[in-house]
Design a protein around this ligand. Structure first.
Ligand code: FES
Length: 111
C-alpha cells in the first residue's frame, strides 16, 4: 500500500494500492482534487506533487496540452492521468469561482 496526502485538504492522508490513479484515489477517499472530465481533456485536475514526484509514472501526451515543461519540473501533473508507485503529497489551487458566486455568504457564518 502507498500513502497519499492531500495537502490542500488539511493534509488528509489515505492509503491506496500501488499503481493507483491519483484522481481515483481522490474520488474514493474524498481527497478533494478538482476534476471535470476524468479523461485528460479539461485540465481541471491540475495539481502539484509536493513530495514523491519520483513515485509518479511517465508524463502523458494529454498532460502536455495543459502543462509546460517548467511546470512538470515544478511537480505539476494532471491527477486523472497520473498513476502512483509510492507515497506522494499533492496540492492544488482551490478553485470553483462559480460555487463561490452562488454562495456569497460562504465566507461568513462559520463559528
Ligand atoms: S479531470 Fe479533466 S483533465 Fe483531468
Amino acid at each position: 500500500m502507498i500513502e497519499v496526502t492531500f495537502v490542500t485538504n488539511n493534509n488528509k492522508t489515505v492509503t491506496a494500492p500501488e499503481h493507483s490513479n491519483l484522481l481515483r484515489v481522490s474520488l474514493r477517499e474524498q481527497g478533494g482534487i478538482p476534476f471535470k472530465c476524468g479523461g485528460g481533456l479539461c485540465g481541471t485536475c491540475k495539481c502539484k506533487i509536493e513530495k514523491g514526484l519520483e513515485n509518479t509514472d511517465a508524463i502523458k501526451a494529454k498532460e502536455r496540452k495543459h502543462l509546460t515543461d517548467a511546470q512538470f519540473k515544478d511537480g505539476y501533473r494532471m491527477a486523472c492521468q497520473t498513476f502512483l508507485n509510492g507515497n506522494v503529497s499533492v496540492s492544488w489551487e482551490p478553485r470553483n469561482p462559480a460555487n463561490l458566486k452562488s454562495r456569497p455568504d460562504s465566507n461568513l457564518a462559520t463559528s
